[in-house]
Write a protein that binds this ligand. Structure first.
Ligand code: ADP
Ligand code: MG
Length: 192
C-alpha cells in the first residue's frame, strides 16, 4: 500500500514534483511516465527515502526495495554481488541468475558488465529479497529487446509471488502496460 498526500519537492524556487493525492492498494501497480526532467526519479527517490520531500507526506507498509535509475555494481563477481546479505542462498542466487540470463557471467567481475547486463544484475540482485513495495526507476533503459522481455517477465513473476505493490518509471508504453494496471504521466512534476 502507498498513499501520497500533497507531496511536493522544490529545488530552490523550482517545483519539480507536485502530487495532490495518489493511493495504491497492496498488490496494485503503477507506471510513471513523462519526459526527461518531469519528476519520475524524484518521486521514486522520495518514496525510497533517498531524498526528503519539501511538503506533504506519504505512507507505505512493510519493506521497500528500490532500484535506482543508474544501476551499480558492488566489488566482486556477479555471484558475489547476489550473495551480499544473503550468504548461504547460493541455490536461490543461481536460480535467479539463470532466469535473468546471467548464469554464464557469474564468475565475471560485476564492474566489467555492460550497461544492459548490469541493469539486469541490479534487478536480479534485488529479487534475492522480499518486499511489499517495489520501486523500479527505468529498469530497462539500457536493455535490448530480448533483455527487456526477460525483465518484464521476471518483474511480473516477482510481483505475483510477493503480492507487492509496484511503482515503475519508464519511457516505454509497452513496459508500462505489460507491468502496470495504472499509468500516470508527469508533466513538470504534476500528474496529467
Ligand atoms: N539535486 C538536484 N538539484 C536541483 N535540481 C534537481 C536535482 N535533482 C533533480 N533536479 C531537477 O528536478 C527535475 C526532475 O528530475 P528527475 O526527477 O530526475 O526527472 P526524471 O526522472 O523524470 O527525468 C529535473 O529538472 C532535474 O534537473
Ligand atoms: Mg529519472
Amino acid at each position: 500500500m502507498v498513499e501520497i498526500k500533497n507531496l511536493k519537492k522544490m529545488y530552490g524556487e523550482r517545483k519539480v514534483l507536485d502530487i495532490d493525492y495518489l493511493k495504491l492498494e497492496k498488490g496494485e501497480s503503477l507506471a510513471v511516465m513523462g519526459a526527461n526532467g518531469s519528476g519520475k526519479s524524484t518521486l521514486l527517490k522520495i518514496l525510497a527515502g533517498i531524498i526528503r520531500q519539501t511538503e506533504g507526506s506519504f505512507s507505505t507498509e512493510g519493506t521497500t526495495l528500490y532500484a535506482p535509475q543508474n544501476p551499480y555494481a558492488f566489488s566482486g563477481t556477479v555471484l558475489e554481488n547476489m550473495l551480499i546479505g544473503a550468504k548461504g542462498q547460493k541455490e536461490k542466487a543461481a536460480d535467479l541468475l539463470e532466469r535473468f540470463n546471467l548464469i554464464e557471467l557469474k564468475e565475471k567481475k560485476a564492474s566489467s558488465l555492460s550497461g544492459g547486463e548490469l541493469q539486469r544484475l541490479s534487478i536480479c540482485r534485488l529479487f534475492m529479497r522480499s518486499c511489499s513495495l517495489l520501486l523500479l526507476d527505468e529498469p530497462t533503459s539500457a536493455c535490448d529487446k530480448e533483455s527487456t522481455l526477460t525483465l518484464t517477465d521476471e518483474i511480473n513473476k516477482y510481483k505475483a509471488e510477493q503480492g507487492c505493490t509496484l511503482i515503475i518509471s519508464t519511457h516505454s508504453m509497452q513496459l508500462a502496460s505489460d507491468t502496470a494496471e495504472k499509468i500516470i504521466t508527469l508533466n513538470n512534476g504534476i500528474p496529467e
